[in-house]
Write a protein of this length. Structure first.
Length: 424
């Protein structure tokens, strides 16, 4: 049994969904769990809908819901010429229920509200895709991920209950394959023991594929993307990118940790535990080789990989009494950063200073300054970039630092991390 995952770009419109069907037709007779994301930018639109609901802005709320419904109806119309096809009635029911939210009492737990509404994106896309597969004669069955992926009650970032999820997969997923070749389900979402919907964090559909593969003992996982596989650099910043044809689970986790965007950081871990290979392939060119991620490390060091983070902010924290930055100071600072939800990209300390690099958009400077001002001074530098190079050599270091000032440089045997500023 295989697991396929199709992201938002691969189901963004009618033509894309037809392409998904064509890919699945190539695997006729195989048992496949198909995980789909919300269509295109649907998740962003649903987040706006949540915002207007919490603000009790009925006019904006209704307008956004109408717009989103029209988008989905247009996609369905491009797939099903019969306007009386059952999917249209199903879509109407989902959107009618969503509109009714504005008239109901709203939970004080805004994360709970978020999950109940934003999860609709995957429910909508999976219903439309499954209906089209059935219409094309594929032996597909819609599967509600909220019946098999069990999480705790941490809304917007649900933690998976692996034992319960494996049991639910044994009860609901494996028996369904006795009658169906394809089980079409949703990424990104799960459920609590009380039956409430949870989400697994943004971009969590890859993770859903990993969860289901682990819990159902799949032979492999394929993530279908609009790129030829995992590249050694982002084409937005580099013109001579190279395909990483084969890397190890370890290397994939390292690249994800440092910010490579192709694979969700949590996806690889459950696959590594059961040695389930992961393929990253192009839905635009299904015949292309793509990337294989497995336990083999033989190819890891052959091609340098570059990860660039723009718009970085370097924060330097020092004690007002000029005392050394010791363990207690670091404990205080980390606690403050955790409370303000400021993730650290890189850190460095000296006797009197502790410096961290963070994404500028994730920091409210005034809030941080207010939280630290009783004991610490805060200075900062803006407009920086962080470059991480896996499997670097001297030539790649010189290439990346040309015309730039190096603010911080950290190296291990395999990884170099550079905080850079363009020279004027």
């Amino acid at each position: 049994m295989k697991v396929f995952k199709f992201g938002g770009a691969s189901v963004k419109d009618a033509a894309s969904i037809k392409n998904v069907s064509a890919i699945l037709t190539r695997f006729t007779g195989r048992k496949i769990i198909v995980v789909v994301s919300a269509m295109g930018k649907t998740t962003n639109k649903l987040e706006e809908i949540v915002g207007s609901l919490l603000a009790k802005d009925q006019k904006t709320f209704v307008g956004l819901v109408d717009e989103l419904q029209q988008n989905h109806l247009e996609i369905a119309a491009g797939l099903f010429p019969d306007k009386h096809f059952h999917i249209f009635e199903l879509l109407d029911d989902i959107f009618d229920d969503l509109r009714g939210q504005i008239q109901r009492n709203i939970s004080d737990n805004h994360a709970f509200v978020y999950d109940q509404i934003v999860s609709l994106g995957e429910l909508l896309s999976s219903q439309i895709v499954n209906a089209y597969l059935l219409d094309q004669g594929l032996n597909s069955q819609w599967l509600d991920a909220r019946t098999v992926i069990r999480t705790d009650n941490k809304y917007q970032e649900g933690t998976v209950d692996w034992k319960k999820t494996a049991l639910l997969c044994e009860q609901h997923v494996l028996p369904a394959f006795q009658q169906h070749d394809i089980l079409l389900t949703q990424g990104f979402i799960g459920h609590t023991s009380e039956g409430f919907t949870t989400t697994l964090g943004r971009e969590g559909s890859d993770y859903s594929a990993g969860i289901l593969a682990y819990s159902c003992n799949a032979t492999d996982v394929t993530i279908w993307k609009d790129v030829p596989g995992m590249l050694n650099a982002d084409p937005k910043y580099f013109t001579d990118t190279r395909l990483l044809e084969h890397i190890s689970f370890k290397e994939a986790i390292e690249l994800s940790y440092y910010g490579a965007s192709v694979i969700h950081p949590k996806t690889v871990q459950p696959l590594q535990q059961k040695n389930i290979p992961l393929y990253v392939k192009s839905f635009l060119d299904p015949e292309a080789k793509g990337t294989t991620i497995s336990s083999s490390t033989s190819q890891d060091a052959k091609i340098p990989s570059f990860i660039v983070k723009k718009e970085q902010l370097l924060l330097t924290i020092s004690s007002k009494d000029f005392s050394f930055i010791a363990e207690q100071h670091l404990s205080d600072i980390f606690q403050t950063l955790a409370q303000l939800q400021i993730p650290i990209n890189i850190m460095q300390n000296s006797a009197l200073n502790f410096s961290i690099l963070v994404d500028r958009k994730k920091v409210k400077l005034e809030s941080l300054r207010a939280a630290l001002e009783a004991t610490y001074q805060l200075r900062y530098n803006e407009g920086l970039e962080l470059v991480t190079i896996r499997n670097y050599d001297q030539q790649t270091l010189e290439q990346m630092t040309k015309g730039k000032e190096t603010i911080i440089e950290q190296r291990t045997r395999n990884t170099a991390r550079l905080v850079l500023r363009y020279l004027e």
